[in-house]
Design a protein around this ligand. Structure first.
Ligand SMILES: [Zn+2]
Ligand SMILES: [Zn+2]
Length: 414
């Protein structure tokens, strides 16, 4: 009987397809249906560690300091994670890699990504030793390279250069599940943010893991505008000596109605994405409480503003225990799930400029340089990192442009 009805169903389907009244859409939908993705912003005190699971795949971004290795190990076990598709160590500062040797020793790991900045200290040596002991290879990801994590796609955005400091050398990545986009930038500062903007990849995100624990050296205005998040998560420890998060960063979030979640107030924060909407396990913070640097960090003269806006008036932001964020990135996201990247074959970023250069010779007579009126950089018209927004074509001389305050692009060196 069952067999018979199945047969009838098949007949009906074939007839229907022939008649053109249904497309093959149901099958496509099945294949592209995003799995549930969970992003766990672990409370590791002053440091970063984020576990992302999607279906039965998992990745860890950073591993807190060396006192947190076992805490993270236990958390992963509780989540029934016994192997990691990827371990991403954004940069070699102790609050990001200190706990990594425990994770490397205790878990099966498929791929390890590290920054191109190397440190000459014990914490770093311990990390490399643990990787070597496990015979794990580690590479710095190419900007634009994509990997899959279940139904989610990871796109690497940085490092874009070799910097003289570990923070700017941070790996940055965007993780997209269905329409939902999460951005991680490690401790990248303004220079590195600028270079991320310059590479022209889409960095808009629903959830922004605030750069450098909410420090004012990150989340520059231009960068924030491009990310345009509806939620921000800040990983820091209550009463940390660095004064994280900074009042300036909190202000940016507050003025732009970004919901803020903080590990120093709520402990581990979990965001769940079904591909359409994102739900948090806690309501957003409404304290807008800036950190107050103490000890050597307090020597900075610019810390008074932190106190000034420590306790601003309550602003009515509706909150409930399960905050839901509708993805605002519908249009861009539609195409994303259709091009899942093969895990072992990272796609290189297409040299962004090729298509742009040729036609310019024709219709822009006398074009000398291309300006970015926001970042105040100028480029040769043939540069691979021409701005897509805030662009202004110039026919002026190099000297004139420099006298207007523009600085030459580091890549095309005009
Ligand atoms: Zn850090
Ligand atoms: Zn750092």
């Amino acid at each position: 009987m069952k067999k018979y009805s199945k047969f009838i169903t098949s007949l009906f389907l074939i007839a229907a397809i022939l008649a053109g009244c249904i497309s093959s859409r149901p099958m496509e939908t099945l294949a592209a249906e995003p799995d549930t993705m969970e992003v766990h912003f672990l409370d590791v005190g002053q440091g970063d560690s984020t576990l992302i699971t999607c279906g039965d795949h998992a990745m860890l971004i950073d591993a807190g300091d060396d006192s947190k290795g076992t805490t993270i190990q236990n958390y992963l076990k509780k989540q029934k994670v016994d192997k990691l598709d990827y371990l991403v160590l954004t940069h070699p500062d102790a609050d990001h890699i200190g706990g990594a040797p425990v994770i490397i020793t205790k878990f099966k790991i498929n791929k390890v990504f590290v920054s191109n900045y190397e440190k000459d200290n014990k914490t770093y040596q311990k990390l490399i030793q643990s990787l070597d002991d496990k015979r794990l290879k580690y590479v710095t990801p190419d900007v634009g390279a994509q990997y899959t994590l279940g139904t989610a796609t990871i796109t690497f955005l940085a490092p874009n250069d070799e910097y003289d400091n570990p923070n700017d050398s941070s790996i940055a990545l965007l993780v997209q599940n269905g329409d939902n986009r999460f951005l991680f930038t490690g401790d990248a500062g303004e220079d590195a943010e600028e270079d991320i903007l310059e590479n022209g990849l889409d960095i808009s995100a629903d959830v922004y893991h605030a750069g450098h624990h909410g420090s004012k050296t990150s989340t520059s205005e231009d960068f924030f505008e491009a990310v345009n998040p509806s939620c921000a998560v800040i990983s820091c420890e209550e009463g940390n000596s660095y004064g994280h998060p900074h009042a300036q960063t909190l202000n940016t979030f507050r003025t732009n109605k970004v919901k803020v979640y903080r590990t120093d107030e709520d402990g581990t924060i979990i965001a769940t994405s079904d591909g359409k909407k994102i739900t948090f396990n806690v309501p957003p913070s409404e304290t807008w409480k800036a950190g107050e640097p103490t000890g050597s960090a307090a020597a900075s003269p610019k810390t008074s503003s932190a106190k000034a806006s420590s306790k601003p008036k309550e602003q009515s932001v509706p909150s409930s225990t399960n905050e839901t964020v509708q993805s605002s990135k519908q249009e861009e996201a539609v195409a994303a799930p259709e091009t899942p990247a093969a895990p072992e074959q990272p796609k290189e970023a297409a040299p962004a400029s090729e298509a742009v250069q040729e036609p310019q010779a024709q219709d822009t007579q006398g074009l000398t340089y291309v300006l970015n009126v926001k970042t105040m950089k100028f480029h040769r018209p043939t540069c691979g990192s021409l701005p897509t927004t805030n662009r202004q074509d110039s026919t002026d001389s190099r000297d004139t442009i420099i006298s207007q305050g523009y600085v030459p692009c580091k890549k095309c060196k005009p």
